[in-house]
Design a binder for this molecule. Sequence first.
Ligand SMILES: *[C@@H]1O[C@H](CO)[C@@H](O)[C@H](O)[C@H]1NC(C)=O
Ligand SMILES: *[C@@H]1O[C@H](CO)[C@@H](O)[C@H](O)[C@H]1NC(C)=O
Ligand SMILES: [Fe+2]
Length: 454
Amino acid sequence: MMLNMSIWLGITLMLLCCTSWGSASTTSRYMRRLEEGVDLPENSTYFKIPKGYNAPQQVHIHQGDFEGKAVIISWITPDEAGDSKVLYGKAPGSKYTTSVTGEANTYSFYTYKSGYIHKAVISGLEFRTRYYYTLGTGDAAREFTFVTPPESKLDTPYAFGVIGDLGQTMDSVSTLQHYMKSFGQAVLYVGDLSYADAYPFDNNVRWDTWGRLVERSTAYQPWIWTAGNHELDYLPEVGETIPFQPYIHRYHVPFEASGSTSPLWYSIKRGPATIIVLSSYSAYGKYTPQYQWFLQTLEAVDRSVTPWLIILVHSPWYNSNSYHYYEGETMRVIFEPFVVKYKVDIVFSGHVHAYERTYPVSNVEYNIVNGLCTPKNDNSAPVYVVIGDGGNVEGLAGTFTDPQPAYSAFREASFGHGLLEIQNHTHAYFTWHRNQDGERVAADSAMFLNKYWT
Ligand SMILES: *[C@@H]1O[C@H](CO)[C@@H](O)[C@H](O)[C@H]1NC(C)=O
Ligand SMILES: *[C@@H]1O[C@H](CO)[C@@H](O)[C@H](O)[C@H]1NC(C)=O
Ligand SMILES: [Fe+2]
């Protein structure tokens, strides 16, 4: 059965790569169990608390500016604030040349009180350089390392991982372990992080366990965050009426550097790509801050510096799964004309717990009364990839609409992650890796041609 499956998939992939629009849509017959997952227990070894008094935990880094020469380092100390100091340099061990001191904040959520959440920004870094950094002191000191991105230029290879809707089950662990065996240099994270809101009163202890789970990757390379619905933590019945508070306090992004007025939408350049992060759960209609910022940001992209233009948004605009079907439709209607006009290459989304890749399609002619409501092949339009299959407690979304719409190239309900290997200014190779295979196996793959340059 397994053998038949791989032959079958192999043939399908061969067909996909040499056929054009509409002639080869695949709904993979490879389906995993669909029941709900189970979160790891709070005392799971995957959530282990580092040793030493007040030891830094939940360490994660993010690009700290628009260009890629700064890094935001964030971590939590459980017992006291301490001094928010980061020692760093180009050599490991005690050979640090520099330090920077950030600041610590706390927040509360109903009866939960957070630890001390530190944020320090290291700036003036060199491109394409390995740095080491240490947090904490004495026997609680912990050292990590990261590599800065290459300077943005036309032909700059760079590999992004793509992960969404991760949660904290054994499936989440498997996704994380698979991804960490890849050559991904930064993660495009398409929203829904901890699923702490699956617990009574959104038990924020589960934000902490998640921070410790993902630290094994997030301390070493940036995960470019997108907010999903599970980041809302909106609980008016216990007085928590301001959405996104745990998320915003914990996950810092350099939104001001791209002229944004909210951490929920922002943009960075990283190597050959401009990444634009949107918020499905903030206002986006005409005249709203997000709408105006989005248009200005698209307008300002220089494709001779960052040839690749990528959007991250939690709720998909194209999705043929029955789960969350059409939830992203209003945002698609408002934003899609600009996405086509500015030749966005790829829109990555999560939310739906399955994988789906479309052909380059657009549906911008539809005006409610003209009946032109069928998406059509459009080489100026992006490819849409739904990849909310990180492995959270809610399980897989296994019911696809039937028949498979012509815009949908490949879809499968399995847990996994993606890898976008930008090779040069015209070619980027995308692969999807499901958890039941070894990391080297690609269950789906496609060569994406740059929309601006080809
Ligand atoms: C976690 O707690 C459960 C129940 O209290 C216990 O059975 C289990 O052995 C504990 N596991 C670890 C790794 O400490
Ligand atoms: C870009 O990469 C593709 C695929 O590897 C290759 O065929 C093409 O020649 C490359 N173009 C340039 C300008 O290097
Ligand atoms: Fe979601």
